[in-house]
Design a binder for this molecule. Sequence first.
Ligand code: SAM
Length: 195
Amino acid sequence: MTSQFQTFLTAAMRRPGVIGAVAPSSPGLADLLAAITPSTGSPTVVELGPGTGAVTAAIQRRLPATGSHVAVEIDQAMVRFLKSAHPGVEVVHGDAASLTDLGVKADAVVSGLPWALFQPARQRRILDQIAAVLRPDGAFTTFAYRHAGAMSGARSFHRLLHAVFDEVIVSHTVWRNMPASPDLRVQKAVSCAVA
Ligand SMILES: C[S@@+](CC[C@H](N)C(=O)[O-])C[C@H]1O[C@@H](n2cnc3c(N)ncnc32)[C@H](O)[C@@H]1O
């Protein structure tokens, strides 16, 4: 089987404007993103942009056996890799912008999406979809690259997070990540209560 790094790099070179990174997230970043996964009960976790599964594995380590994990990935090669590496995860080949079509309700949504590459209207659409599938006490977590902070896509994403969610918590920077640049920041947003 092709390695996780090889699969990721090949996809990144083929579709740089979709993948948005050159390597999977580091274990430290993956654990931080997955930390909102409930570890008791029968929670449903939705993961967006799982790639080759760095964060998927961290979610799986926390998720109880009675929980379910749905991963939505737009790149077919990533989907193939993920299905074979994580047979216990429901992997959907699809677009996060059509999340509500899946008909799931989520206790947690964990995103690996390259937000800064999306136009503001697409960012808004996906954030609205996330808010719509989250249960009232659900949580959403995502990350942004520090070095991309000045890009207009990153600035609009920041504004939209505050527009869509009640509370936005920016975590400490995760310095250890590939490529070895001190450039990551994690944002955690808690959705507004839905009546
Ligand atoms: C920066 S990579 C992150 C991969 C993985 N979560 C990680 O942290 O290593 C972004 C991933 O999002 C996927 N992606 C991009 N746009 C998407 C969309 N609209 N819907 C679902 N997945 C998408 C890409 O194909 C890629 O696998």
